[in-house]
Design a protein. Sequence first.
Length: 122
Amino acid sequence: MIDFPSSLWGYAPDLAIIAPGSERNKRGRFEWHSLEAVLEIISLSTRDNDFEKKLRMYAECAIPLYVIIDPSDNSCVLHSKPTRTGVYPAQEKIPFGEDLMLPLEGRDRREDRRVPARRGLS
């Protein structure tokens, strides 16, 4: 679980990448400022939350990367450079089947081509 500064919405990301060395708070949770990235898989029932409310909240919390995975569009959208006004001005759309590379600070890119890429959903 992640503690965000406002419990107004009570959101829990589908996937969160926690910065190395981050520690849990007294409640046993990580806090929003420990997040390097958040990934959300949208569905028709969560579409408005993921594209509007969560996007605004994650940007206001200065979470560096927000990825929306949209199976209905067969794409991911990587949002970056958050502003405190709730906007991610930089966006990149990545079609399914292409590599999604998260530009995490201070990390080297590693590839393992021994495992074949899986295309499409089965």
